[in-house]
Design a protein around this ligand. Structure first.
Ligand code: AMP
Length: 483
């Protein structure tokens, strides 16, 4: 059994109905149970008033019913808005309000709640999901992904990734990050299995590996940062996970050293590097990083474009063209005009903000960003969103968040610099002083997820200005490094 991503209906295959489909952090479902639970979920959602093209917020973490609800939404044609509990309540509410979702489903309690918004279809039809990412205006922005994009992703994975007949995926990224959609859609399309791992389950390093071993996981999907953390555990190796034959990476630069160490621990595994922004449905390029690639390059390529997709470099910027490009940011016409275009072949194009080049063989190489978007441990962050949250703190007059980078340009930490209101009575007496965490953390935690909190904030008597009358982040960083 599997879910046909063309018809969005369950269909019979040679795969046994008793085989595991999803192992949630709370319970497991075989394919027959998954089908029954999805049917039940669809009836409940319809009874609550959900109809085609109406958005529904799915809240939770790694419960089996988060997976059930996503499959149900695909069948009903109702776009899902995945929101992990890593987000503070204020951010979850904001997302519900921006998209005006009439219903919120809680996967842990398996309950539907009516919001204050009326039942109405979204103006954009036939969406599969709307995923919110960090926004430079200070508010998260909704990326609208069409149902056809999900089918294209499934087709690509089935035809080019070589994951075998019915792969068993290790899923760990929160569902509010689209990296996790690799496993969701390919499990459904292939009739494989998805092993969901909660933060608590992962913290128990031994239990985590045992769980992956028991389920005979074949494909590991994560950011490189997450795999790097696992290397601290010496049992994270082929002897303990003999079925694991593929590492599928996306979301940030894949370091050469990580690949080398992984191949030492898992000599029989293959490593796939993929690249792409959420705005182009999970990933757009693919390449296998084998020993030959490692022997000939210290910086790794990100891959060849997927079928029916074109990549062009315009003034150094990577632009993606294809039907898998989003239908636009929700309610953000000015941003859509800036980032989207129609290519000469009539397909949608997206200007990624990534700098890169394509070599003679057609292979894409990434060379950093042209803007203030950063990746920290695989999380996508707009520094401007944090700066705005800092500015909104009670005592703060002006503020900026800057990224402290390592020699290889990856982000090591986020730093905040604030100038306090004179009326706060706490104006710094020295030029630089630490801003005590108790003054800012409780407020910021209400607004931002933990991965967006600066690791340190300093008060500055007067924030330096650059020639274009913006706060001079570079000067602040230089000053910080001399402290
Ligand atoms: P997200 O929307 O969270 O998937 O983040 C997309 C961004 O992450 C891209 O625009 C790139 O800046 C970066 N990115 C994704 N995959 C890779 C990769 N394989 N190598 C380098 N950067 C990547």
């Amino acid at each position: 059994m599997h879910l046909d991503l063309r018809t969005m209906q369950f269909a019979n295959t040679t795969i046994d109905e008793d085989r595991l489909a999803v192992a949630g952090s709370d319970r497991s479902l075989c394919w027959a149970e998954l089908q029954a639970e999805v049917a039940r979920w669809c009836r409940q959602a319809q009874n609550m008033g959900l109809q085609r093209d109406m958005p529904i917020v799915l809240a939770g973490h790694k419960e089996a019913h988060f997976f059930v609800a996503m499959a149900g939404c695909l069948i009903l044609g109702a776009p899902f808005v995945p929101v992990d509990t890593i987000y503070p309540a204020e951010r979850r509410q904001k997302i519900t309000d921006i998209i005006k979702a009439p219903l919120v489903y809680d996967a842990a309690g398996r309950t539907f709640t009516r919001s204050s918004h009326t039942f109405a279809a979204l103006p954009e039809k036939d969406l599969a999901y709307v995923l919110f990412t960090s926004g430079s205006t200070g508010e998260p922005k909704g990326v609208q992904i069409g149902r056809e994009s999900v089918r294209l992703l499934g087709d690509w994975m089935q035809s080019r990734f070589g994951l075998g007949h019915a792969p068993v995926f290790m899923n760990q990224a929160p569902f509010s990050f689209d990296l996790s959609m690799f496993e969701v859609f390919d499990t459904l399309a292939s009739g494989g299995a998805c092993i969901l791992n909660s933060r608590e389950q992962i913290q128990d390093a031994t239990g985590f590996l045992q769980r992956l071993g028991q389920h005979r996981v074949t494909c590991w999907v994560s950011t490189p940062s997450f795999a790097h953390q696992q290397l601290l555990n010496k049992d994270f190796a082929g002897e303990f996970l003999p079925s694991l034959d593929t590492f599928l990476f996306c979301g940030e630069v894949l370091p050469h050293a990580l690949c080398k160490r992984l191949l030492q621990r898992f000599p029989k595994a293959k490593i796939l590097n993929t690249y792409g922004p959420t705005e182009a449905t999970v990933a757009t390029t693919l390449v296998e990083i084998d020993q030959t690639v490692l022997d000939t390059h210290t910086v790794l390529p990100v891959g060849y474009p997927k079928p029916d997709c074109e990549i062009v470099i315009v003034d150094g910027e990577i632009c993606i063209i294809g039907d898998h490009v989003m239908r636009g940011y929700l309610n953000r016409p000015e941003l859509n005009r800036e980032k989207l275009f129609i290519h000469s072949n009539g397909q949608r194009g997206f200007k990624t903000g990534d700098l890169g080049q394509i070599d003679e063989a057609g292979l894409l190489w990434c060379q950093g960003r042209r803007d203030d978007q950063v990746k920290l441990n695989g999380y996508r962050i707009e520094l401007a969103e944090i700066s705005r949250a800092l500015q909104a703190l009670d005592e703060v007059k002006a503020a900026i968040c800057v990224a402290l980078r390592r020699a290889d340009q990856t982000v090591a930490r986020l730093l905040g610099f604030v100038e306090l209101e004179p009326s706060s009575g706490r104006t710094a007496t020295t030029e630089w002083a630490p801003y005590p965490a108790e003054q800012w953390k409780p407020q910021l935690e209400q607004r931002l997820p933990p991965y967006m909190l600066p690791s340190e904030i300093l008060t500055v008597t007067a924030l330096p200005m650059s020639v274009n009358h913006k706060i001079d982040g570079k000067a602040l960083l230089q000053g910080y490094l001399k402290l």
